[in-house]
Design a protein around this ligand. Structure first.
Ligand SMILES: Nc1ncnc2c1ncn2[C@@H]1O[C@H](COP(=O)(O)OP(=O)(O)O)[C@@H](O)[C@H]1O
Ligand SMILES: [Mg+2]
Length: 269
């Protein structure tokens, strides 16, 4: 289980300090699909970087199964918005790269890589280079690469944000299927309300900066895959509205803070 205990993060840059996160308390259960949603700049990526061990908290601590996170580890796979694939390696070569890190014997790597490319729906595209793949396909490779070394937790920072709507909808369904199939814990960041409700068993809504957890909303829709057109379901609309209302207050707050700053600046204060 993942636990954030009073986690804060302050950045110091160019003589000023920015409090990105303040007093984050959050538990993520084993095998859970948790979505974190919040206005732009509220500290979502910072929170995921801390969990990924790519940055360290200024205060508080993060533990996974009672062990403190002190750096990156193979128990966590990260998928970013930009695919971060190696352009000189094929799809298969990119997935094998993750297996090298895990010291999987060389002769086992090709079969393992193919297995995960099949899992993400890329059978027949093993030999393609990143520039020969669409955005959605590249993101599938990135997901396969993260899954191939069998991490306990999958951390995803707006992984579908750069994709067109149709590709995104398709990948959301794929991700839900993979999650159900593998039982991984998924922590998924988005600024999209619909995406949050569609994917999350729980949705944690963040405040505008400094980011805190404003509320965690349960989305008890039992079988997403069984509901033919979930997005048009009245229940779905109700949750979407709830998250929307929570977020709207935060966006309003961020906007008035921004206006306040601009006024001060133009008045020369
Ligand atoms: N390395 C950094 N140095 C200074 N400020 C940073 C750094 N990373 C993020 N920030 C600031 O922290 C805040 C939160 O950023 P981020 O976590 O990227 O937000 P989000 O992902 O929700 O859009 C922003 O104000 C951003 O400018
Ligand atoms: Mg971000």
């Amino acid at each position: 289980m993942i636990r954030f205990e009073n986690v804060g993060k302050v950045f110091h840059a160019r003589g000023t300090s920015v409090t990105a996160l303040d007093g984050i308390d959050l538990d993520v259960r084993d095998g859970e699909f948790l979505v974190i949603v919040g206005p732009s700049g509220c500290g979502k990526s910072t929170l995921l970087d801390l969990l990924g061990g790519l940055a360290t908290p200024t205060s508080g601590r993060i533990t996974i199964d009672d062990r403190e996170v002190t750096g990156p580890g193979l128990d966590r796979g990260v998928v970013f918005q930009q695919y971060a694939l190696l352009p000189w390696r094929t799809a298969q070569g990119n997935v094998e790269f993750g297996l090298e890190a895990k010291h999987v014997p060389r002769r086992e790597r090709p079969a393992r890589a193919r297995e995960y490319l099949d899992l993400v729906g890329l059978s027949g595209f093993h030999d393609r280079y990143p520039h020969e793949l669409s955005g959605g396909m590249k993101q599938r490779v990135a997901i396969a690469r993260s899954l191939a070394f069998d991490p306990q937790v999958l951390l995803m920072d707006e992984p579908f944000a750069a994709l067109d709507a149709q590709t995104r909808d398709g990948l959301q369904d794929e991700l839900l299927r993979i999650w159900e199939q593998t039982g991984k814990t998924v922590v998924f960041i988005t600024h999209g309300i619909e995406e949050a409700v569609y994917l999350g068993q729980r949705v944690a809504v963040m405040t505008s900066r400094p980011g805190r957890i404003k509320q965690v909303v349960d989305i008890p829709i039992t079988s997403r895959s069984a509901t033919a057109d979930l997005r048009s379901d009245p229940e779905f609309a109700r949750y979407r509205h709830e998250i929307w209302s929570l977020l709207r207050d935060e966006v309003d707050k961020a906007r008035s803070a921004e206006l306040g700053r601009t006024r001060k600046e133009t008045a020369g204060v």
